[in-house]
Ligand binder design. Structure first.
Ligand SMILES: Cc1cc2nc3c(=O)[nH]c(=O)nc-3n(C[C@H](O)[C@H](O)[C@H](O)COP(=O)(O)OP(=O)(O)OC[C@H]3O[C@@H](n4cnc5c(N)ncnc54)[C@H](O)[C@@H]3O)c2cc1C
Length: 647
């Protein structure tokens, strides 16, 4: 057994401190099984060292020894009152030491997200959340028929594609259309319309990559999709083309095709296949309020291009971060993977690539394992790696590639949310995904770097990550305000120098990333811009996502200037505030020389022939806009070039 009753008991104590309920009808975390669910999630972590750390922490948690370390007095946590327990947690949150703050942030996430996921009707009613809608009884049968690895076996093909997300799905379709025999390996499972119930429980446990969940310094939560279709199954359908100034920057780094018709054609093909349109501009309250604020400031605001067909732009769409129940989202499982299999491609799910096989400087296959340990050996003429910008460099490193640019230059578009309390109900879990965007401040210094403002769906568990915690009762009260909250998403185009991905001794990816001073400054400007929008939209209270409470009430208590002074003083050091990365890029970048990049302009590694990368890792720098269209266009282009060489 991964966790013992003693571990569970300790987590119950911590969870009930974070989420004590209201002493009446609203239950505490332990009464709804949140700690059990938290341990179920934690148990899926493939990193043994992290699991061992967690077990040690929980084993020691309720001892005099740890009490002494945390409070200076040898008292067991269970002997403390609720107020004393909260003080212990807050001492971690407010510590000058980043590892202590990171521990607080990890415990907060591990206790509160499960609470709001499994909380049940009484808790959800109290915050105005109607709960998950459940599966649609008339959902169609899944279109794709992937296989599983059930025994050790060897198969042969022309090209094996590792990863089936935005990049892998697109590359597989292009290669199969060229007449090549393609095999796709996907570590996760296949979930389609009839599996989606709109719940955070199903969504987060089945459709999201749990590990690594956060950068090593504890500064940025990493949010990525897992399973057939990767991030395109859970993403918010925002479909921006690569901006011209970004294309010029990429071309200048040694990949001139970004300024030619080759890339234009790739983007056009992607837009057509995904059905990108502006015919679904219906904004929910969340986006209407964002638009109202931006318009009041005279800032540019526009309707989002989206890859949806027949989107309800309402309740369904509000939950589409947990998969689209009505099949409107044109994920790669609805598009490119259908094309690929129509042209004979075979898909294996539950097949995690461990290494690329290299012989005489050429990639000649991949070894993958199933969750049961069965080994699939694929022999091929070429390998396309598209496992996402964290797992791709890890796989290349595990396979013995040594170019130091593999795993460098990681970009994350660090993102956060500023809350504006509105007089009207916003119900942030409803309404079309990201129907509007504000690009007024995307170029703050004349170099193409700045911040993009959007909204994001705030289902309770996801939202609880951005609502700060200063005590159980207060947090519940803040969650009960969520239904009236505008959350302005601030997305920083990070200039870098960026982070790194390395493999640990256990072969798993380790991500290091610190916001540079320049990117921190962009984030600060982002707070200012978001506060301006919220204030102009009529917010009565404006609250930052910092762990310490920072807020003002326009016209009544404080103002933007004092707020910004506070925020700047608090800064953005690790675990001072909630930051997340939904756009993970650049960790095996394309470029003109092996000194500066991991891949050549064909997307092929400089060191190993016939080993091509086709995912977010390829970006020479951050895209500055939501990256799906850019990823698919690069994958399309790199796959076309590979197909031309192989056929
Ligand atoms: C919640 C959310 C919302 C988003 N919203 C938007 C949006 O609205 N618009 C937009 O442009 N972008 C959005 N993004 C980002 C976008 O979806 C991603 O950038 C994109 O999916 C990344 O594509 P990729 O091919 O690099 O990797 P992914 O799509 O993540 O695909 C990688 C796949 O590889 C698999 N894999 C990993 N390791 C292995 C291995 N060793 N062997 C086999 N398979 C492996 C993974 O399970 C995964 O399925 C969002 C992302 C998230 C998480």
């Amino acid at each position: 057994m991964t966790f013992s009753p003693r571990h569970l008991e300790a987590l119950r104590l911590i969870s009930d401190t974070f989420a004590p309920g209201d002493g009446g009808s609203i239950p505490p975390a332990s009464a709804v099984g949140a700690p059990e669910f938290a341990l179920e999630l934690a148990g899926t972590n493939p990193r043994k060292a992290e699991l061992d750390q967690l077990r040690t922490l929980l084993r020691l948690w309720d001892t005099r020894f740890l009490g002494f370390l945390l409070t200076g007095r040898p008292r067991k946590f269970s002997r403390l009152s609720q107020a004393q327990r909260e003080a212990v947690l807050l001492s971690l949150s407010d510590s000058r030491l980043a590892p202590k703050r990171a521990l607080f942030a990890a415990l907060k996430g591990a206790c509160l997200a499960p609470y709001y996921i499994v909380g049940g009707p009484v808790l959800w009613d109290s915050i105005g959340y109607p709960g998950p809608p459940g599966v649609l009884p008339d959902a169609p049968d899944p279109t794709l028929k992937p296989e599983h690895v059930t025994q050790n076996e060897t198969i042969i093909c022309d090209v094996v594609v590792v990863g089936s997300g935005a990049g892998g799905g697109t590359a597989a379709a292009v290669l199969a259309a060229a007449g090549l025999d393609v095999v796709i390996l996907e570590a996760g499972e296949y979930h389609d319309d009839r599996d989606f119930d709109g719940s955070e429980r199903t969504g987060f446990s089945q459709l999201y990559a749990g590990s690594p969940g956060v950068t090593s310094e504890g500064q940025v939560q990493l949010v990525a999709g897992r399973g057939l279709g990767g991030g395109t199954v859970v993403n918010y359908t925002t479909s921006f083309p690569t901006p011209d100034h970004v294309r010029a920057e990429w071309a200048a780094l040694g990949t001139p095709q970004f300024l030619t018709s080759e890339y234009d054609d790739a983007m056009a093909a992607v837009n057509t296949r995904l059905g990108v349109n502006k015919d679904h501009p219906g904004a929910g309250v969340r986006d209407q309020v964002l638009e109202r604020g931006a318009q009041a400031l005279g800032w540019s605001v526009d309707a989002m291009p989206r890859n949806v067909i027949g989107c309800d732009q309402g309740i369904e769409c509000g939950r589409c971060g947990m998969g689209c129940r009505i099949g409107a989202k044109q994920s790669v499982t609805k598009t490119w993977l259908v094309d690929a299999t129509d042209n004979g491609a075979r898909i294996y799910v539950g097949a995690r690539a461990r290494t690329v096989t290299v012989e005489n400087g050429r990639a000649v296959g991949v070894t993958a394992v199933s969750p049961n340990g069965d080994v699939l050996t694929v022999k091929s003429r070429a390998v396309v790696v598209a496992a996402g910008a964290i797992q791709t460099p890890a796989l290349l490193q595990r396979s013995g590639l040594e170019n130091p640019n593999i795993g460098r230059h990681l970009r994350l578009h660090p993102a956060t949310g500023l809350f504006g309390l509105m007089p009207e109900p916003v119900n942030p879990w409803e309404g079309a995904m990201q129907a509007r965007y504000v690009n007024e401040w995307t170029d703050l210094n004349g170099d193409g770097y700045g911040v993009l403002f959007e909204t994001a769906p705030m289902t309770p568990a996801f939202g609880s990550g951005f609502v700060n915690w200063r005590g159980g009762t207060e947090h519940l009260a803040r969650m009960q305000e969520l239904k009236n909250m505008l959350v302005v998403a601030i997305i920083v185009r990070d200039k870098g120098p960026g982070g790194t991905v390395k493999v640990g001794k256990d072969g798993e990816a380790v991500v290091n990333y610190r916001l540079s001073p320049g990117d921190t400054e962009l984030l600060m400007k982002g707070f200012e811009g978001a506060a301006r929008i919220a204030e102009a939209a009529g917010a009565t209270r404006i609250i930052s996502p910092h762990h310490r409470t920072m807020a003002y009430e326009p016209g009544r208590n404080g103002n933007l200037e004092t707020f910004m002074t506070q925020i700047r003083a608090e800064g953005a050091a690790p675990a001072r505030l909630a930051l997340a990365a939904l756009h993970i890029m650049g960790s095996a970048r394309m470029g003109g020389s092996p000194d500066l990049s991991a891949l050549n302009p064909d997307g092929e590694t400089w060191e190993v022939k016939d080993l091509v990368v086709a995912d977010g890792s390829c970006f020479p720098t951050a895209s500055g806009v939501n990256p799906m269209i850019s990823i698919e266009s690069i994958a399309y282009m790199n796959a076309k070039r590979l197909a031309a060489r192989l056929t």
